[in-house]
Design a protein around this ligand. Structure first.
Ligand code: MG
Length: 459
């Protein structure tokens, strides 16, 4: 954070809108899984038992329409920590270990703004917003860092504490347990002041590994083992909050960065990680703050990973950054004060290429990339092609995006296109350029066949 950012934030810091039982600003715990699917928790219909997350949902609110800002790891995290579209903050796609950059250094992270508000901050787990030291968590508003700086399928795979490598090749099966131990220690030592615990787990991103206690336990295989261990970890964090008398002073949130990859379930949604169908971007999202969020609610209101920054900043009395945010305050959805909030469409990109837009219950697909969903093709080998015609899906009636209703609803198509046209000029030049090129590019006849978007009777 620059001195200017610091002064801007410090100068407009407002009193906390809400406080916990102790009268101080709430602690924030955000637990993020990696590649966990919409259908991978018991409370979301999975056969994998997740009693601790089910209990978290029973004690708070569970969202059915919470979307990541992108179907892959780094951009989703960038959206979470900045409240801005990944394409605005220098994170259009996944960072590799050798990449020289990371999340743009002139962006303010949620940790930056909470730190100015007096929070103790830590990041425990997978960072994936830049490996060089200036981009590591300890330079982006976090007091401490413990974890792997990117995905567990990348080489080398160091385990780090702050900026030091403490294990050249992280031992995967022990990671969830070690992250959990670190989180419990942080809660214990930080309980005297407000804190922000950001806990982005390494799993269930492949390669999968579980500790001896969980390995082979699940009848659903190693994926089940891993998810059960993650659920155990959540239970340990919740127990630590309870033990330290912090349950009514802490907003706990749980989600995933993107949809499931090779394993895992997107539930009844179409698509997986790497696609902008709902299965790639819709995530489980649970929020609990005892005494503030009514227990046992389900919210169908549309919400995004982009919304966490403005929501948390407002709750904590922390200032918004100088740059405009794309997210909105979803506290009224968490509390159940509103069933939905009218907002601009949520845009989904593949790298710089706009693919589709979600507006209320409508999803308009404009373009699609030309590789299979699970292809390992390098980004440079992929091209985004304009669809022969826009496809429109009604997600309330057709959650698996099977029935193209564009021809029957030209007014909705035009309305969303007009909203997109109004939004795009505010995006960085590569986005605008990619959009223009996409409009001009001759599509491959195979891609033009309509194979991706079936038409049929109205649902
Ligand atoms: Mg991921």
């Amino acid at each position: 954070m620059t001195r200017r950012d610091f002064l801007t934030i410090a100068g407009v810091t407002a009193a906390s809108r809400l406080s916990g039982a102790s009268g101080r600003a709430p602690n924030i715990v955000f637990i993020l899984c990696d590649d966990l699917g919409f259908g991978d928790l018991g409370v979301y219909g999975s056969k994998i038992p997740t009693p601790n997350l089910d209990r978290l949902a029973a004690e708070g609110v569970r969202f059915t329409s919470f979307c990541s800002a992108d179907p892959v790891c780094s951009p989703s995290r960038a959206a979470l920590l900045t409240g801005r579209y990944p394409t605005r903050v220098g994170v259009p796609t996944v960072f590799m270990p050798q990449d020289p950059g990371g999340l743009n250094l002139d962006e303010t992270t949620l940790a930056n703004t909470l730190k100015v508000r007096g929070y103790k901050t830590t990041c425990i787990g997978k960072w994936h917003l830049g490996r060089p030291e200036p981009y590591l968590p300890t330079r982006r508003g976090f007091d401490e860092y413990f974890g792997i700086p990117y995905s567990n399928d990348m080489t080398p795979r160091p385990l780090m504490r702050n900026t030091e490598v403490i294990e050249q090749t992280a031992e995967l099966s022990s990671l969830t347990a070690r992250y959990t131990e670190e989180a419990k220690k942080f809660i214990e030592k930080s309980k005297g002041s407000p804190f922000f615990l950001y806990m982005p787990h390494t799993f269930p991103h492949i390669p999968l590994a579980a500790s001896e206690r969980f390995r082979g336990k699940s009848p659903l295989g190693i994926y089940g083992d891993v998810v059960e261990e993650l659920d155990w970890s959540v239970g340990e964090v919740l127990a630590a909050l309870k033990k330290n008398g912090l349950e009514q002073d802490t907003l706990v949130m749980f989600s995933s960065d993107n949809g499931p990859w090779y394993q895992g379930s997107p539930g009844k949604l179409r698509g997986r990680k790497n696609t902008t169908f709902e299965g790639g971007v819709r995530e489980p999202f649970i929020a609990r703050w005892k005494g503030r969020i009514p227990a046992g609610r389900v919210s169908d209101g549309l919400a995004s990973m982009l919304d966490i920054f403005p929501t948390v900043a407002k709750l904590c009395g922390a200032a918004l950054p100088p740059k405009p945010l794309d997210g909105i305050d979803i506290w009224p959805l968490m509390r159940g004060e509103k069933p939905l909030i009218e907002r601009d469409p949520l845009l989904y990109f593949d790298n710089w290429d706009l693919q589709c837009a979600r507006w209320m219950n409508w999803k308009l697909h404009l373009a699609r990339h030309n590789t299979a969903a699970y292809s390992a093709a390098p980004v440079g080998g992929r091209h985004s092609f304009l669809l022969p015609r826009p496809e429109l899906y009604n997600l309330a009636k057709d959650p698996d995006e099977s029935y193209d209703l564009a021809a029957d609803n030209p007014d909705v198509v035009a309305r969303i296109q007009a909203k997109i046209a109004a939004m795009l000029p505010g995006f960085p030049e590569p986005v605008r350029k990619a959009f223009d090129e996409q409009q001009k590019r001759k599509s491959d006849p195979g891609t033009q066949s309509g194979a991706y978007g079936r038409t049929g009777p109205k649902p």
